[in-house]
Design a protein around this ligand. Sequence first.
Ligand code: ZN
Length: 419
Amino acid sequence: MRSWPVPEVPTLPGRGPRVLLHDTSSGGLVPVGPESGTATLYVCGITPYDATHLGHANTYVAFDLLGRAWRDAGLQVRYVQNVTDVDDPLLERAEATGVDWRDLALSQIELFRGDMTALSVVPPQEYLGVVEAVDLVSAAVRDLLAAGAAYRVAGVDGGPDGDVYFPVDSDVAFGTVGGYDLETMLELSAERGGDPRRPGKRNALDPLLWRVERPGEPAWDGGVLGRGRPGWHIECTAIALQHLGMPIDVQGGGSDLVFPHHEMGAAHAHLLRPESRPFARAYAHSGMVALDGEKMSKSKGNLVLVSKLVAAGVPAAVVRLAIVAHHWRAEWEWTDEVLAEAQARYARWNSAVSAASGPAAEELLATVRARLADDLDAPGAVAAVDAWVEAATAEPGDDAEAPDLVRRTVSALLGVVLP
Ligand code: ZN
């Protein structure tokens, strides 16, 4: 699948330090990416029916900051992202609105591309829909079956026999990504697409690998699995193993993906490639964005869409600046004040970098690099730019190169393009 255009990323003098990132699994900061060579990143993509709300934007901007910090440290970045372009919520929305699920997916993916382009997010090298990866995914399910790490379940309520499930007990590391207790895992499984009450499973937590065909649902030939479609978690595992290998440096996503999605995805990978454990060296999770006191989500219907803000005349760079003014792991709320503050800051920054000269900015570049290398502390970087802008406003300074260096620093590392 086509991704979106690569934004211009200005070059900067020198190099950034090695990046430390908070890893959900260990609960602490870990160095991510190799010291030299290629860093690998897999970030879970959207289910294309509600693109792109600020919660999504927060996630993809967070991992874009990581990619930018890695490149600035001299690494190559290999980045893969999927699109869950066939799944229950998408099919339900299509059914409810009378739109063909393929048309709904295509239109939302197109919106997402436009939003990522506007937000200056560097695109993944591989951007794959499940529909185009279905052979890859069904092969992974067959491999698990052959390895004894999958089983078939009898049909219930007149449904067909043969849905394939993954026994979570087969992975000794199961539970170590999120570190949740059993009760929490059961709750989250029920809330987030699992089916803990389905009869016939060995363990209530066991996730679906392959859903055999139902009348009226899209289905593909799965060989010995029969016609059907893939479960959600195995889709990401199969795509990541094919396009990144294992272990990957960072598996990323929103914090609502810790369980079950990333826990299950890792468990699948551990059984598919036991010799290459773990699936990821670090599991990184961005915070949720709220509106009116509640997490922004499709089920609550309280979505602020990037495309709507931009259509209303808000520059996308201002939206990005509003996002990076919050720590990537923070839970924060989108309000009129957040937007107004970003607009005012953007105007102040623009004015300072448009001056003929300013105070020396080499130290600012070093500070922005240091802040970002410390668990992507973009708010710390923003504060450092604020301080330079304040100094420049108070006392113009005589460094004629400084305003342009600040402009390039902000654009290259924070992804905020100043005109
Ligand atoms: Zn995923």
